[in-house]
Design a protein around this ligand. Structure first.
Ligand code: TYD
Ligand code: MG
Length: 446
């Protein structure tokens, strides 16, 4: 007889214990333990067969297009058959809309099973009409039990499955509520087995919880092949689809979309978009070129330096790492003699974008200096380069690609690390190589 044992599981990190605890010893969250039953029966499965590496066919070629270029790019060139893609984002950001639009392309594979635990088929129909998605190959299933879904899937043999959303699905075998760590993990795992066995792509929509991670934080990220986050400010129509994990492609790849009356429109030239409202000749604004995956993006970095009215000056960083900003302020203090000890410093990457790479360092430094000195950077100038602790400007990857993008948008002058200039093509614009922060600031402001 399989025994069923009661365990308690932290809903935040998945830590399990035999007795209820008020605070999770692993992640420190209070009041996060929920009772779960774990059946100890062994899953009846055969042992795996070994394979010869050279005889395995690569899944790379087995991709299918969503017919949305930006979506395909984020996936690494279309979705791999048999892979599981998790799409996370705040409620209302547009996850259901994007997937429904993607089905236009994916129906080329055959029947799609769209499981909706949140909306009625009528609601989805209304949305499909708005998006002009008409297909007799899209089958809607308003079902929330895992067992029900699997049995329909077995019968129907779909070529694509969409789960909207994983938080609403529950397995009858577990007593916990839908959306709990145990349920989310169990349901995703069972669905994944189905998808892998049948070699079909599975899209799982997951709402991001208040803490910023997908339900039962992070438990799903290990299970799935690809994790995409849909980001953006709800007050603005622009959305960024970002790959944070991809077993079949590069991460850091992004897709940019604009929400319109009839669904998402792809934004072909995001650089133009991110720079569209840039004030010219205003202190505190600098343009840098960031590389998101394979794609160069021109972004505006804004800084505001003002006298602090409190004892402890404030430092705010939006769209950029907070510690990085502090480090760069320290470099300015030590190497340039720019003392910001009694100043508040705010740094913002315009357009809700988040920059992770150090190539933007000199852009941040220049924006802060520009605001501090109240002098604008000459119009038509861009900068990029990593700043080291001794104030040196370090080379960054793919300078050519970045400069090309800037030239395309009409920039006339670039200030970049000198070590990046020796193997550069001729761009017909002024590209100035500098060794350190001091030299860069001199060129930018004098
Ligand atoms: P939705 O896809 O339902 O979000 P999620 O699945 O992430 O919760 O999209 C919600 C928003 O999108 C909603 O506020 C309305 C807006 N929207 C448009 O602006 N245009 C459209 O064509 C559609 C379908 C939705
Ligand atoms: Mg939805």
């Amino acid at each position: 007889m399989p025994r069923s044992k009661i365990i308690y599981q932290c809903q935040s990190c998945g830590y399990t214990t035999g007795k209820w605890l008020g605070k999770c010893p692993d992640c420190g969250t209070w009041n996060s333990f929920v009772e779960e039953h774990h059946s100890q029966k062994l899953r009846g499965r055969e042992a795996a067969k070994p394979f010869v590496l050279s005889e395995i066919t690569s899944p790379q070629g087995n991709r299918s297009s969503t017919a949305i270029k930006e979506f395909d790019r984020t996936l690494g060139g279309g979705v791999v058959l048999g892979s599981v893609v998790l799409i996370g984002g705040d409620p209302g950001i547009g996850k259901s809309t994007l997937l429904l639009q993607a089905l236009k392309g994916l129906t080329a594979l055959g029947k799609v099973l769209y499981v909706s635990g949140e909306e009625s088929p009528e609601q989805i129909k209304m949305r499909a009409d708005r998006l002009k998605v008409k297909s007799s190959d899209i089958i809607l299933l308003p079902e929330t039990s895992l067992e029900g879904i699997i049995s329909v899937a077995h019968e129907m043999d779909p070529r694509v499955i969409v789960i909207d959303s994983i938080q609403t699905i529950f397995s009858l075998e577990l007593p916990s509520a839908p959306g709990s760590v145990g349920q989310v993990r169990e349901c995703a795992t069972k669905l994944m087995f189905f998808a892998k066995k049948h070699g079909i792509p599975l899209f799982i929509i997951g709402h991001v919880t208040k803490e910023g991670a997908i339900a039962g934080p992070r438990v799903l990220e290990h299970i799935v092949d690809t994790v995409l986050y849909f980001e953006g400010d709800r007050s603005s129509p622009f959305r960024i689809l970002r790959a944070v994990k991809n077993r079949f492609g590069s991460t850091n790849e992004i897709g940019v979309f604009e929400m319109t009356e009839a669904g998402f429109r792809e934004v072909d030239n995001p650089s133009e978009l991110f720079l569209s409202e840039r004030p010219v000749d205003i202190p505190g604004s600098v343009v840098t070129v960031s590389l998101e995956g394979t794609r160069p993006l021109l972004v505006e970095i804004q800084a505001l330096v003002s006298t602090s009215s409190f004892g402890v000056p404030r430092r705010t960083a939006l769209g950029i790492d907070y510690n990085r900003v502090n480090l760069l302020i320290a470099v300015l203090d030590k190497r340039i003699g720019m003392h910001l000890g009694s100043m508040d410093v705010f740094v913002n990457v315009v357009g809700g974008l988040r920059i992770e790479e150090p190539a933007a360092d000199i852009g941040i430094v220049a924006a802060i200096t520009s605001s501090f000195r109240n002098v604008a950077v000459k119009p038509g100038t861009f900068v990029f380069g990593e700043v080291g602790l001794s104030g040196e400007l370090r080379a960054i990857s793919q300078a050519d690609v970045r400069i090309k993008e800037a030239v395309k948008l009409g920039f006339k002058r670039g200030v970049i690390p000198v070590s990046n200039t020796n193997r550069l093509k001729d761009f017909n614009i002024d590209v100035i190589g500098v060794k350190n922060v001091e030299e860069a600031l001199e060129i930018l402001f004098f």
